[in-house]
Design a protein around this ligand. Structure first.
Ligand code: NAD
Length: 357
């Protein structure tokens, strides 16, 4: 029976990249029934909302989606569709594997990291107070009265909630992931020398839970030191476990280590629902130019295939991507600026290298 999956092309370069990734995934021979639903900037311009009900209904029904990147315009009231989808379906765990492909020259060798990011809380919870609003001024007064701290009256405020329950839930997920994927070290990443009641709580809760797994090493780094360590010696890390914001930032850093944003996939996983995408955004300046690397979304397809239990197809597709990147002849500009092909040509080469499709 075909797997029914919601396909969200997204905007900017999203539609061309999802088309390329879908072609590669279909070429594995696994049967899919794709349900395509639009979301993002173009839908906002037509329907007045970037996140139409038809999309929520489709994911509600299928419980699994492959999503192209979606633009979040800066400085408007427009909230991120990406964050809204993760929150609506409680996709609390974000998993981002960053692995160098042996034989392909990138800035480091033999890095094999997995970033696990808590997806629902922290500064991304969307609790924001606008400069000058009555509620904002109330908070400023409250902080002054209770903590004797001055917040400038012309401030905007964003809240950073981190709960014990959410820290425990992502901790449980990370240790289960480590066990199932034969990984033996988890490094917690926070800034709890400064944010003791939020990052400190996240760190303590997970460290406590880690005691149940004496065979999995668990240590901790402050996020600033972690950035330094990742650039100088990424091979010493295995799984990095972080709250929402740090997880997002170190994902891009790790992407740069293993070949760039065009190479890193991302899975957003909830209790019985999952959404797969690239780490990168919509790169709107390249829209329609057939220049972007299709690997990140295709590797997101590999993660989707694994999630569906199609591990043979996942292995074959992963191997085909690695072969094409290693060969370095039919790759996009980010991987070989001296001689390169377009998005569609690279996807076609991946399909050619796919064994048993
Ligand atoms: P971006 O990831 O879109 O692009 C940054 C740069 O990375 C690009 O200019 C390009 O040089 C490179 N890049 C990105 N994807 C690539 C690919 N597949 N192949 C080769 N190079 C690639 O980041 P941005 O410009 O900061 O964000 C653009 C928009 O995307 C923003 O509106 C942002 O909010 C949104 N965004 C969406 C998601 C998502 O949908 N999950 C994630 C991040 C950013």
């Amino acid at each position: 029976m075909a797997h029914r999956v919601t396909l969200i092309p997204g905007d900017g370069t999203g539609p061309e990249l999802t088309a390329a990734a879908k072609k590669c995934i279909d070429a594995t021979g696994v049967k899919f029934q794709w349900e395509t639903v639009d979301a993002g900037l173009d839908v906002f311009n037509q329907q007045g909302t970037p996140l139409p009900q038809s999309l929520l209904d489709s994911i509600e029904k299928n419980r699994i989606a492959l999503k192209g990147p979606i633009t979040t315009p800066l400085g408007t009231g427009y909230r991120s569709v990406n964050v809204a989808l993760r929150q609506h379906f409680d996709l609390f765990a974000c998993v981002r594997p960053c692995k160098t492909i042996t034989g392909f020259r990138c800035s480091v060798e033999n890095a094999d990291l997995v970033i696990i990011r808590e997806n629902t809380e922290d500064l991304y919870a969307g609790i924001e107070f606008k400069e000058g609003d009555a509620a904002t001024l109330k908070i400023i007064d409250f902080v002054k009265a209770t903590l004797h701290n001055e917040i400038a009256p012309d401030s905007g405020i964003t809240l950073k909630p981190i709960s014990r329950a959410a820290a425990r839930r992502i901790g449980e997920f990370a240790f289960r992931y480590a066990r199932e994927n034969r990984r033996n070290k988890i490094t917690i990443v926070t800034k709890d020398n400064i944010m003791k009641f939020t990052d400190g709580l996240f760190h303590q809760e997970i460290e406590e839970y880690a005691k149940q797994f004496p065979h999995i090493e668990c240590d901790h780094f402050l996020v600033d030191n972690m950035c330094f360590q990742l650039v100088s010696n990424p091979q010493k890390f295995d799984i990095l476990l972080a709250p929402n914001l740090y997880g997002d930032i170190i994902s891009d850093l790790c992407a740069a280590l293993v070949g760039g944003l065009g190479m890193v996939p991302s899975a957003n996983i909830g209790k019985d629902c999952a959404m797969f995408e690239a780490v990168h955004g919509s790169a709107p300046q390249y829209k329609g130019k057939n220049l972007m690397n299709p690997c990140a979304l295709t590797l997101a397809g590999v993660m989707l295939l694994r999630y569906l239990g199609e591990s043979d197809a996942a292995d074959r597709l992963q191997k085909a991507v690695e072969t094409v990147v290693k060969e370095g002849r039919y790759v996009t500009r980010d991987l070989n600026p001296a001689a390169y092909v377009g998005t569609t040509e690279m996807a076609d080469t991946i399909i050619e290298r796919l064994e048993g499709g």
